[in-house]
Design a binder for this molecule. Structure first.
Ligand SMILES: [Zn+2]
Length: 191
C-alpha cells in the first residue's frame, strides 16, 4: 500500500494541532506526578533536550551520542507501534497514530510523504522539529526522531512478514539549514 499526499510544494499535507486535544490528555495525581494519556511523563524544554545531546557529544563524541539517541528512539518507536497493534490497527493507521502521538508531545509536525509496505519504506517529513534548537550544524541532528521512525517501520515490516532490518537516514535537517527535516527508513541495501 502506498500513501502519497503531498501538497503543491511537494511536502506532505500539514495537519494543525489543537491545544485542547493535548490538554485533555494531561492530569496530575494526588502526589504530584504528571501523566499524559495515563503514562507518567515529564515536560522537557527543547533547549534542555539540545543541552543533553550537546553534552553527550562533548563527552563521548558525535558518533557515540548519535548512536545512543538513535537506539533509544528506535526502541521507543518499536514499542509504541507494538502497543498500538492491540487496538486492531493496520500498519498505515499504526504509523499515523505514532506520528500523531509524537506531534502532540511537541516533537514537530509529521507528515508521511511515502509509505510502501512492500519495499518496505517510509519517508517522513518533520516541520518545526526540535532541531530548531541546534541550528548551525553541518550534519543532521535528529537522531532520536530518526531512530523512532525506523523503529516504527521495523515493527510494521515485521507485521507484514518481512524479514528485514530497517535503518533510518535523515536526508534533510533544520539543524543544517534545510527548511524541514526528512527521514527515510528502509532496509540499508535499498538505495
Ligand atoms: Zn532534523
Amino acid at each position: 500500500m502506498r500513501i502519497n499526499t503531498r501538497d503543491k510544494t511537494g511536502l506532505p499535507l500539514k495537519k494543525g494541532l489543537k491545544v485542547g486535544e493535548i490538554a485533555e490528555k494531561i492530569r496530575i495525581d494526588g502526589e504530584g506526578r504528571l501523566f499524559v494519556d495515563g503514562i507518567p511523563a515529564l515536560i522537557l524544554t527543547r533547549s534542555f533536550l539540545a543541552l543533553i545531546q550537546q553534552t553527550m557529544e562533548e563527552l563521548i563524541g558525535e558518533r557515540g551520542a548519535a548512536l545512543i539517541f538513535y537506539r533509544a528512539g528506535f526502541r521507543g518507536g518499536y514499542n509504541l507501534a507494538k502497543s498500538l497493534k492491540a487496538y486492531g490497527l493496520k500498519p498505515p493507521a499504526i504509523l499515523q497514530a505514532c506520528l500523531h502521538t509524537a506531534s502532540l508531545r511537541g516533537w514537530g509536525v509529521f507528515g508521511v510523504a511515502e509509505l510502501d509496505l512492500k519495499k518496505p519504506k517510509v519517508d517522513v517529513v518533520v516541520r518545526a522539529s526540535p532541531a530548531e534548537e541546534m541550528k548551525g550544524r553541518n550534519k543532521p541532528a535528529c537522531h532520536l526522531i530518526c531512530g523512532f521512525i525506523a523503529g516504527i517501520m521495523q515493527y510494521l515490516a515485521e507485521m507484514c512478514g518481512k524479514n528485514v532490518k530497517i535503518r533510518g537516514t535523515e536526508k534533510k535537517c533544520i539543524a543544517k539549514g534545510d527548511q524541514y527535516c526528512e527521514i527515510v527508513a528502509e532496509p540499508p541495501h535499498a538505495s
